[in-house]
Design a protein around this ligand. Sequence first.
Ligand code: PAF
Length: 282
Amino acid sequence: MARKPAIVHTVKSLRARVAAWRKAGEKVALVPTMGALHSGHLALVEEARRKARRVVVSIFVNPTQFAPSEDFTRYPRTLKDDVRKLADLDTDLVFAPDIPEMYPTGFCTKVTLGGPAEDLESVARPHFFGGVATVVCKLLLQCGADFAVFGEKDYQQLLVVRTMARDLDVPCVIHGLATIREADGLAMSSRNTYLSAEHRAVAPVLYRNLIDTAIHIREGSSIAWALREARSNLSMSGFRVDYFEARNAIDLSPINSLGDGPIRLLAAAWLGKTRLIDNIPV
Ligand code: PAF
């Protein structure tokens, strides 16, 4: 039976709830989100439920990861619906702070990143990972969870968060979950709702090109050739490609051949005003 999760809006209340669970010896898993929950998020919550007795979902549209030109104001905010969906999954607690709770007057500290944060997303969105890493660091410290679950859909983000938690000794295990896809292969994302019907029909071509490129590389084609093919196919299908790259899956360093280690293909491309990202292992 659905059980409506408790909702707290302050760090103090969050800490009080988690402290009571800890006292009872219960493990806690956190799923950080910006809300507008879809099946991809719900799979993260289910994974969290498998990892720990108690599950906290944070819902906070984080302003510091949006550039002024981006969609912060129009990003979907659907708290009531989100809570209803979480009730079906037996979520224990929703943490939904407002902006002053997360960034009180005088807030001036930011996590500075290197390694996997460099390049790819950071070229088009140089502000992005600083904002993500800072808010995730805060959420992990505020919640004190044993585990935090992130989707591989944002693969670079997952590596950035994992590196940040390791380097700053945040005592939380960062767990990645495979991307959840629509029936036609499109990776689930809150931003898919921005796509026009025409663009929605074309959107799965991004995933198909990732698959084809992985096959070409596995079958021995030159990586540079396979990437060029994919970029050109996408342009012909109406995408504007930000990047379509093959990288080392562990640290996102450049690779030249199959022998250079596990490979991840990562792509970002625009359809009209909507930017899609996706990635797969080779
Ligand atoms: O992936 C997201 O939804 C956000 O970047 C995150 C991790 C919740 C930080 O705001």
